[in-house]
Design a protein around this ligand. Sequence first.
Ligand code: SF4
Length: 468
Amino acid sequence: MMSSLSECLDQKQFCILVEYLCSVKSPLAVRKTLANFPAMMTLADRVHADNDPAPLDLATKYPDTVDKLIHFSGKARDIKDLERFLNDLENTTIRNLLLVTGDKLKSHDFGYEVAAQRTRYLESVSAIMAAKQRQIFKIGVAFNPFKYTEAESDAQYLKLHKKIKAGADFLITQLGFDVECLQQTQVFLQKNYPNFSALACVMPLTLKRAQFMVKNRVAGIVISDHVLQTLEKEYQSDPIQAEINVYARCALQILICKHFGYAGVHLSACHKEDEQKKLEQALKVFENFSLNECQQAWKDLWQADAQGDFKPNVKISSKPVTQTQILKYKKMHTMHRMFFESKMARTIGHFVFKPSFWNRSNAQNILLKIEHSSKHRLVGCESCGECRLGDTLYICPETCPKGLANGPCGGTSLDRCEFEDRECIHSVKARLAKKIHQTEILKTKLIPAISITTRHTSSWKSWFTDTK
Ligand code: SF4
């Protein structure tokens, strides 16, 4: 009988989600169990190339007898694309989905030449809010616990609160080898959401894969110098033993996660039959190890003296919040309350923004220009049509290359943006929030997606004419 992901999570039965690549030409054999753990398929969305085949199309080529998890990535997608995807998914027997914002689109368009062409990302929080309304899906989200500055780690956890509030049923961590970070996530969940399920992403880490990830700076993945050097040394001295160690480490990480309380693992780069057999053999060796024994064997295999061996090899310092940032926040907050939230402002606004006048297209264009010129220099406004500054500590979401309003993607590296040209705006925001005691808003305020059709309109008119 088929085990479903939903049953496993509800019954707290440890399970393995085996990732299959959408870029493979013909379907591969699929296992229903792996080392006696229930196994299911998971299909990622455009991980290798922007034009990878759609996971849902590929899923239908595999038998219904294996439960599946379909990823939906928000890169270059609008809320309407998600609704179409959900309609298609409803017409299948698949009920598990993983909603992620996604890493940088390889063909990302910054919109330098034509602003309207800027690549947009449907962020996960907004996607969860929309999918939850259908009430039939088990919704997973991504979470990156491998963050090493206070601000970027705070920002990840603040967003996780939002994802859970929006309706996420489980999380899958980013791939990583720092088990201390994986343990911290479990501590956080036990404290705040004891019934929430988490799965850890693991992979048999070969030297080749590690080198690829370092060379290509794969977003959000940390391969420390120690990890890379250990793989290099052992491969040079004995490639056969090196391969045995690769699967032994993967098995140990799976068992450590099980001991930590993870509901299962998301197993990457292990979809071939021979790879799965090697992993099963390794799991057999350690299956009766206690947590302490697994951790000791893990350290021995990595030749690690300290937990720091898995962390980035740089000096990590906390940036201070500047007086200018605090003053800007205060000034903007006072102006926002005065011009948009006060009773007087609303009364005047309803009168001034009468639809009969402002619905004329020339009037709308004038209004749009006034709004853009007054806010662009100040905060980086791009006329999104639904101003969210009041919910984002007056740090404009449009200054994030992905346009994310609810919190960071997983791609930061020591506070730097995945696009490498700026500091992540969500690290700046998390730092400021802590300083001015405003973290609650970053934890609880769910900001819906802005449809492409709303963009490049004035938010002022809708602010005063919509019933809020
Ligand atoms: S600013 Fe932050 S959330 Fe936006 S793309 Fe860069 S790293 Fe991701």
